[in-house]
Design a protein around this ligand. Structure first.
Ligand SMILES: Cc1ncc(COP(=O)(O)O)c(C=O)c1O
Length: 398
């Protein structure tokens, strides 16, 4: 396709410009490393924004995809297909939820979750529903998901969004309590806020919100799109807290790069929607669910969640050391392999220097936080190598 610069120029003139991309063209990947078109190797602690849990080019995973490509890609939801039923069964077993609906993305999983809450309320004669969401949350870019995303900058140009959304402060139970009324149909939050800067829910907060939901017959929706799928050392982050949601959303690492999401419901939420209430053409097709099914098999056979816990402890320890070693590193937060380092300065130049000079892929979360969401298959040597490269960058900055 010609030189790297020619490709970048073509992208800049053809692709809709909603991103400011880094001047890197990735070509292939292996394990926790990515390779660009010029053959340079990058250590990846971003995993395509918490997607590539199994890392790149896993032979067992690729083999399952290839087999399904040769067999059947798509039929529509007018018919049954084996991979969807199998993936669904495995996901329900891992979560102890009752029903699952497969979507094409995280955002669409959020849309479905919000529709369950609205339908559940409508069926009880409640109209003009209200939903409580959290400040500094992120749930996606479609109009419904954006409506519950607590970020003025993302919302402002697209207003009016869906009505009846109120924002509380994450980890402040009183601020949630103050917003609950007879029209509230759901409280939605990430179990660990990702884009907002890697803030785990406190146990007191999550348990308090769950109790509030139960007392008021309000559905608790937990967004596990970024923090779920083993990243925290539990398959789903809420399992660590012992707080089961009425509805949960997953995506990202569920497909390990194949676009699939899901919303899952339990108890009263599991029967809120019926035939005709929701649908999708692609969602749950045999190709994407074969991917999810294999991902779930590999999690079990390789005990990946336990590995993520062990590596997460190691990563956390190493990041904490940086808070002592560098004045500009002000704090460390996170659970397992979803970690954040907060800086006293904007991190954009650190992230781009790490990428371009040290060949280390890192991503930011907000202005001042670097987010660490590596493939779950990392080893201690990868953590050590990442820290070494990051220190080189920080030494240049200070
Ligand atoms: C917590 C959370 N929810 C929802 C989404 C939206 O998912 P998607 O980009 O797959 O639509 C994201 C994406 O970053 C996310 O982190």
């Amino acid at each position: 396709m010609g030189s790297k610069q020619a490709l970048i120029d073509k992208a800049e003139s053809n692709l809709y410009k909603t991103y400011n991309r880094f001047p890197v063209v990735f070509d292939h990947g292996e394990g926790v490393y990515l390779y660009d078109t010029e053959g340079q190797e990058y250590l990846d602690f971003g995993a395509g924004i918490a997607v590539m849990g199994l890392g790149y080019n896993d032979p067992e995973f690729s083999g399952a995809l290839k087999a399904q490509v040769d067999k059947l890609l798509h039929t529509s939801n007018l018919f049954y297909n084996e991979p969807a039923v199998e993936a669904g069964e495995k996901l329900l077993k891992a979560s102890n939820m009752d029903r699952v609906f497969f979507t094409n993305s995280g955002t669409e999983a959020i849309e479905g979750a919000l529709k369950i809450a609205k339908k559940y309320a409508s069926d009880r004669g409640i109209h003009n529903h209200e939903i409580i969401a959290m400040n500094h949350s992120f749930h996606g870019r479609s109009l419904g998901a954006l409506s519950v995303t607590g970020n003025d900058h993302y919302q402002e140009p697209f207003k009016p969004l869906i009505p009846g959304i109120k924002f509380a402060d994450f980890n402040n139970l009183d601020s949630v309590k103050a917003l609950v009324n007879s029209r509230t149909c759901a409280i939605i939050m990430e179990t660990v806020q990702g884009e907002g800067g890697i803030y785990p829910a406190t146990e007191e907060f999550l348990k308090g919100v769950k109790a509030l939901c139960d007392e008021n017959d309000v559905l608790l929706i937990l967004d596990e799109i970024q923090c779920g799928m083993g990243r925290t050392g539990n398959m789903f982050a809420w399992q660590k807290y012992g707080v089961k949601p009425d509805v949960m959303t997953v995506a990202k690492a569920l497909g390990n790069g194949v676009p699939i999401g899901a919303f899952l419901a339990s108890g009263k939420a599991a029967t809120a929607m019926g035939p005709g209430d929701h649908g999708t053409t692609y969602g749950g097709n045999p190709f994407v669910t074969a991917a999810a099914s294999k991902v779930l098999d590999i999690f079990e056979s390789r005990n990946l969640t336990e590995h993520a816990k062990e590596m997460g402890n190691y990563l956390e320890k190493k990041l904490l050391e940086l808070t002592d070693q560098y004045d500009m590193v002000t704090s460390q937060r996170g659970i397992g392999l979803i970690q954040g380092l907060e800086f006293s300065i904007p991190v954009s130049s650190i992230v781009s220097q790490a990428l371009l000079e040290e060949k280390l892929v890192l991503i930011s979360a907000g202005t001042n936080v670097i987010r660490f969401v590596p493939p779950l298959v990392i080893g201690k040597k990868d953590v050590d190598e990442m820290i070494k490269r990051l220190k080189t960058v920080l030494d240049h900055q200070s």
